[in-house]
Design a protein around this ligand. Structure first.
Ligand code: GSH
Length: 263
């Protein structure tokens, strides 16, 4: 009944997988080969015209955009609830979802894409590379990928992305000093949506970025200990894959650290 077009390392797909696990829903995974741009093939664009993962298909209807998918799952399968009760907490939930969609996600992409996707694209001829990039439907994403392909972590996008991460962590610390989870005392959709962006830091061995933010550190320890996270995210990272990611993360860390110092 539920199919998720997904990729192991996609934070947007991971957040949906966490929600599916929190709700103990059965679903089928359809992995999309992002390294080889299967997401731009006509059959996939027919499902998701933006050419990105995830796409959820439920009762033969595709739903796109990860935050919308999460809210759709909450509406369709309300128990156990991941939505806070009070109007203020619900507004905060939407604040976090929006912040993640428009700021943190592109920033995570600017840090992860050069390390994970760029090497596969660099193996193609320049003509093939540009042909694939030209097919990306949205201009900002297309031009950002062009810069990241050309310059890797030296692209101008990277310093701004490190700042967005740092500012997000600061805002989370202020919030988590007052309450257990991002929107209330209950784990909720905002926590599900935020968790993958810390998986990205963790997989590259960059959790030092949390030094000085004890509440955020503790939040991530509690997120990581949840069965949903273990099942929907951690289980997809084999020791071999984690070893590779830690190595490329360690190589990149001096650049990230330099940007952090410059903030
Ligand atoms: N706003 C979208 C963003 C989805 C997105 O950027 N997905 C990435 C993986 S995390 C992707 O499919 N990238 C493929 C590409 O850029 O070519 C959502 O929330 O679903």
């Amino acid at each position: 009944m539920i199919t998720l077009y997904t990729h192991v390392m996609s934070p947007c797909a991971q957040k949906v997988r966490i929600v599916l696990a929190e709700k103990s829903l059965d679903w089928t995974a359809h992995p999309i080969d992002l390294q080889n741009k299967e997401n731009l093939e006509p059959w996939y664009l027919a499902l998701n015209p933006l050419g990105v993962v995830p796409t959820l298909v439920h009762e033969d209807r595709p739903i796109i955009e990860s935050s919308i998918i999460c809210e759709y799952l909450e509406d369709s399968f309300p128990q156990p609830s991941l939505c806070p009760v009070s109007p203020h907490a619900r507004a905060m939930m939407r604040f976090w979802l929006k912040h993640i969609d428009i700021k943190l996600h592109p920033s995570c992409g600017a840090l992860q894409w050069p390390l994970v996707m760029r090497p596969a694209l660099l193996k193609k001829t320049e003509e093939e590379q540009q042909k694939l990039i030209n097919q990306i439907p949205e201009e900002p994403r297309r031009e950002r990928q062009r810069r990241l392909l050309a310059m890797g972590l030296e692209a101008p996008d990277v310093v701004g992305s490190v700042k967005v991460y740092r500012d997000t962590i600061q805002k989370m610390e202020e919030t988590l000093l007052k309450q257990g989870w991002l929107t209330s005392e209950q784990f909720g959709l905002a926590d599900c949506a935020m968790a993958p962006y810390f998986q990205t830091l963790d997989q590259f061995g960059w959790l030092e970025i949390l030094d000085g933010y004890p509440s955020v550190k503790d939040w991530f320890v509690r997120v990581r200990a949840r069965e949903s996270f273990q099942h929907a995210v951690a289980a997809d990272f084999s020791p071999v894959l984690l070893g590779q990611l830690k190595n490329i993360g360690a190589e990149a860390w001096p650049v990230i650290k330099r940007h952090l110092k410059d903030l």
